[in-house]
Design a protein around this ligand. Sequence first.
Ligand SMILES: NC(=O)c1ccc[n+]([C@@H]2O[C@H](COP(=O)([O-])OP(=O)(O)OC[C@H]3O[C@@H](n4cnc5c(N)ncnc54)[C@H](OP(=O)(O)O)[C@@H]3O)[C@@H](O)[C@H]2O)c1
Length: 220
Amino acid sequence: MRGSSDRPRVTIYTAVSLDGRIGFRGRRFVLGTCEQRILHHYRSVSDAVMVGAGTVISDNPSLTVRLVDYKGGQPLRVVVDGRLSTPIDAKVYDTSMAPTLVVTSEASPWEKRRRLEEKGVEVVVAGPGPWIDIGFLLSLLWRRGVRSLLVEGGATLIGELVSAMFFDRLVVAVTPWLLGSGATGFLEKRLVEPVRLRVEEIRVCGVDVVLELRPLTGSL
Ligand SMILES: NC(=O)c1ccc[n+]([C@@H]2O[C@H](COP(=O)([O-])OP(=O)(O)OC[C@H]3O[C@@H](n4cnc5c(N)ncnc54)[C@H](OP(=O)(O)O)[C@@H]3O)[C@@H](O)[C@H]2O)c1
């Protein structure tokens, strides 16, 4: 794994169909209670939870820890949105629930940055953009004290992290659906080298299976 000394430890969590798809025509996966508990556990042990703009637009997640009897703090919510295309009334921008940091670029409208700041959202402008280098983004979070980062999607952000090998753990909830080629793939990114993974844990959650994997170095 590259650069793991100056970036947070990255866990990617995703729910996929049997054919590796994560979204079907704007419809989101509904996680069962067991997978939700696992996901919320990962949120509770992470300093920050990160998604890209596409996930905020399509799923509108709140990204908070909602475990029964949970008394700990909420992780910092991080939205990567180079153009600020996410709606201002998205749940993640309700800072009464948890703090939010949006990482954007100079390509985003100044007025929208100001409106987000008025809502209590921290806005960081990371370069001219609209694209923000993923390594730079991780080192920015590291400098802010984020040591453990949970990434909940979507496909674009996960693809950036996997192709750069900027991840330490991959948690995949596999659900017995087939969604076909019209659906968004879990990894829509060309890889220079295949990525080998080691299965560390397998949990059966009702009809779903949750795999915890770690990347291995070395080629096939
Ligand atoms: N099954 C699951 O577990 C799961 C979880 C999350 C999401 N999803 C699904 O994934 C799909 C969304 O996929 P997606 O690829 O659109 O989601 P995404 O990765 O959350 O968002 C992609 C968008 O975020 C912005 N972005 C990401 N990285 C950036 C960077 N380095 N610099 C600047 N901007 C960056 C860009 O916005 P602009 O294009 O505006 O520049 C980019 O198009 C939906 O169908 C959703 O339901 C599934």
